[in-house]
Design a protein around this ligand. Sequence first.
Ligand code: ADP
Ligand code: ZN
Length: 835
Amino acid sequence: MPRLASVAVPVPHLDLLTYGVPAEFPTPHAGARVLVPLGTRTVTGCVAAVQSVPREPATSGALRDILDLLDDGPYLPEDIVKLALWVSDYYACAPGEAVAAAAPPMAWIESRRVVTVTPDGQRRLEADDLGDLPPLQAAGLRVLAAGKSLPVSTFRSRLAAKLGRPGTAPGGWALRALERAGLVNVSQLLGGQRMAYRTTRVAELTPQGQVVAAALRDGASVEGLGPRQREALRALAAAPDGLPTSDMRDRRLGVDGLHRLALRGLLTVRRQTVERDPFAGPWGRDVGGVERAGVPTLTPQQELGIDRLVNLLGEGRFRVALLHGVTGSGKTEVYLRLAAWTREHGRQALILVPEIALTPVMAALFRGRFGPRVAIQHSGLSDGERHDQWQRIRQGAVDVVVGTRSAVFAPVTRLGLIVIDEEHDGSYKQDDTPRYNGRDVAIVRARDAGALAVLGSATPSLESFHHARAGRYELVSLDRRVCDRPLARVSTVDMRQEFAEMGPGVVLSRPMVDGIRTRIGQGEQVLLLLNRRGLSTAVFCRQCGGTVECPNCDVSLVVHGRGTAVCHYCNYGRRVPRDCPTCGGSYLEQMGFGTERVEAEVRTVFPDARVGRLDRDAVRRRGAMTEVLARFAKGDLDVLVGTQMIAKGHDFPRVTLVGVISADVGLGLADFRAAERTFQLLTQVVGRAGRGDRPGEAVVQTLYPDHYSIRHACSQDYGAFVEEELRYRRAMRYPPIVALVNAIVRGPSFGAAMASARHLVEHIGRAMPRPGEFQVLGPAPAPLARLRGEHRAQFFLKGRPSARTHMRRAVLAAIAAHPELRRRVSVDIDPISVL
Ligand code: ADP
Ligand code: ZN
C-alpha cells in the first residue's frame, strides 16, 4: 500500500506538505528528519505523521517522494511533535516554524559529512561479494569502489546517477545501513564551522594511506603529494591511534591539506565527541548569596503547601496549581521539594524561569540538591552548548531541566512536573513567530503528559487568578515570608512637589538621597529601578518643537553614552546632532532620563560608592550579566541600578533599600495591561528588600501617588489590586474576561496598510459564522504606526473565551482569501501587549 508522510518544513506560511514514502524505505517515525524536494530546492523537514492509503490520491501527479531519511527513529520525541503542531494550530503559524522552535539549534543543518569504505567493505567490493545486500546498499557501496572518501551530498548524487535516477538518492539512509553492517564509516569532519557536536577530531591513516606511508618511508616517490602532506603521512604512520587535527595544524597542514588527503582516501578523520559543559562557563559561575548546601526546615506554610501539591502529584494525572506566595515566602524551596518527590517516583521535572539571568541561580540550586543530573536550556548558551544539553536530555541523562521559555519543548520523556516560576511575566510570550506563551504551552504539555503544572508568583496574572477563583486551578497560598521576616516598609515621594521645590531636573529626591546615604553608611546594599534605558529619552528643539526621530520608526531616538542617539526598536544609531535637523536652530535640549543617567547621578552624589548597572546595554557581552550579579551578591557593589532585570527573582539578603526612580514609566502606555504591569513590577522590586536578617524599606518616586496600581503595590495588597483591575477589565471587555486576537498589517504607506487591513476586516465580517459571536474592532493605526520603515495598521477580534477558535479561524480564512497579504500580516493570539 502506498504510504504518505505529512512533513513540516521550516518555511513561513507553509502548511504540512504531503510526500510519498518510496517503497525501499521503512516507514518513517513521526519526529524523524527527512530531505524533501520543495520547488527547485531540497530542504530538511520533520515527519509529522505517516498513513497508508489504499491507492495514491487522485492528485498523485503532483505528489513527490521523500528523498532521504535522516533518522532511523524519532529525532524529536513524538509528543514534542504533537505539542509543536498544537502550537502551530493555536498560535496560527506554519507547522514547520513551530517544529523549528521546538528543535535544538542546528537540527536542520546537515553538517559536512564524509563517507569512507572500511577495510571490510573494501574486501567485499574486491571479491564482488555484495549479493546479500539490498540493491540500494549494494549500489551505494559500488559508488565507493574507487576507495575514496566522498562528502555525503556528493555520494547522494553519484548514487542517483548510478541508479539512473534524476537528482538525488536516499544516500543517508543507505549509509546508515551500510555503517551498521560495518562496511562504511561516516564521519562528520573537516571544516564544519558550525559543528553540531563539540568534537576533537582525530586523523588516522586508511589502509591505503598506510601503504602510501610505507612506500614513502622506503624512499618511493608518490605523485601529487606536497612536502607537508608527506610529512603528515609520516607522522601519522608513527601514531597508531591517530593524531588530533589540531596537532596537524601545528605541523602547518591546514584543513585544506587534510581534506585533500581524505578525499584521496589516504586518511580519515574520526570525531570524538566532547560534551560542552555550560556549567563550566560563565553560566555556572558561583553567583553567591544563596545558601546552597543546607536543606532548610520548612516553615509551617511551606509544609502545608507542599503537602497539598504532593497530593496532586500523587494523583499522577493532569492538574494545574497556582502557588501564590508573597516575595520571600520561599517558593523555590517548594519547587525543590516537588522536584525531589518527582524524581523519587521515576519522573522528570521541568523548571521554567522568565529570564536568562535567573537560570544560573536556579540551576545551581538544583545542582546543589540533585547533583549533575540537571540540564539547562536557554538562548544565552552558545548553539553548541544548547545542542549538547539537548542531547543529554534526549538521552534521558537528566532528572531536571531548568530553562527559559523554549525549554518548554525540552525532550524529556517521563514528565511528572512543570514549574512555571513568575508565571505572570511577559517574557514567557515570544514576540516573534511563533508567538507562543511558554506558560500556556506548558499547561498543554502537562495535560498531554498527565503531569502537574505549578504556576508560581507573588503577583499572579489576572488570567491565572481568574482560573483559580473559578476552581479550574488549585490555589495554594503562602502569605508570610520565611523566618517571619516582615515585608518591606514602603513610602512614596510625590514628585510633583519635589519638582516644584527642587526644580524639574531632579533624578534622586531628597528622601531617596537620605535613604541611600544611610544604607551605604551601614554597609548595606541598595537597588535602584528605572525601567528605561539610556541617558536621556529624547532630544527636543526649543525653537521648532521638533524631536530627533528614528528615520525608520515612529519614535524619538534615545541618547546614550559618548554622544550617540539610538532607536530602541530597530537599533538605528547616529551622533546627537548639534543643530536641529528640522529647523537648523541651535537650541537642542535633552529631556527625560534612563538608567545610564541614574548611574551617573548616583556616582556624582556618592563619589565613594561602588555602583553597577544592569540593563540590556550593560550586558551585551556574553557573561557580563552574571558577572555584575555575582559582584553585587558578593558585596563588591553598594548600589545596583537597573531596569526590570533587577526586579525579578533575585535573592540578595544584604539589600535593605529598594528605590524606584519613577513608578510611572509604564502607566502612560495605551495598553490594557499597563496597570497590571506596573503593579507587578513594583511589587516584585519592593520584594527584593529585607530578605536577610535586617528589615527592608522601599522608596517609590511617582507623579501619581493616588493611582490604584501604585497605591496597592505600595501596601503590597494583591487582593485589593485584582478586585479593582478585574472590575476595569470586565467593564472594558478585556482579557481575562474576553479572548483577544490582534492582527498587525504592514504596508509601504499608511494608506496601503489601512486599505489592506480594511479588506481583511470586511472579509471577517461577511464570513462570521454566527453574527455577534465576536466583535471586530478597527482597523486603526497601530500605536507604533511606523516600525523599521514599514507602516502599520491593526485590528482586534474580541469575544468570549469559548469563541477563540472561531476568531482564529476567521482571521486565517480572511488571510487565505487574500494570499497577496499573507506576508504582510502578523496574527497574535492572546497578545500580551497591544502596543
Ligand atoms: P520567593 O521566590 O518566594 O520570593 P525564595 O524562594 O527566593 O522566595 O526564598 C527566599 C529566601 O528564603 C531564600 O534565601 C531561601 O533560601 C530562604 N528559605 C526558603 N525556605 C526557607 C526555610 N524554610 N527556612 C529558612 N530559609 C528559607
Ligand atoms: Zn527605529
